[in-house]
Design a protein around this ligand. Sequence first.
Ligand code: ZN
Length: 116
Amino acid sequence: MATLRTPEGEQKYQDYIKAGGLDNGCPLCRDTARKTFTYWKIVSNDFPYDRVAGAHDMVVPLRHITEHELTAEELEELREIKHSYINDTYDYVIEAVYKKKSIPKHFHLHLVTLKE
Ligand SMILES: [Zn+2]
């Protein structure tokens, strides 16, 4: 299966899932914020897309919600963050399609800076 992780990075992630890493509460709720906004936080990805990424963070709503549950205020702030902080800090915003999401119940976008 094609992945944005190297074989070693993907193996580490699969081992984490097999060990129950996603079963014990939501890791995105637990993750410490590198930066916090009114409705969103930026967190590091512990299993980066290391095939392409030098740096890999995620933008995550503070509430544990799906994309459909985002309010107009939350979406408006996301738009603002994309055009300011994210634009100034990263190269790409990557969103997995639904079937590829490993944490579909907590909306998140991947923020990637390409490796040199
Ligand atoms: Zn969550």
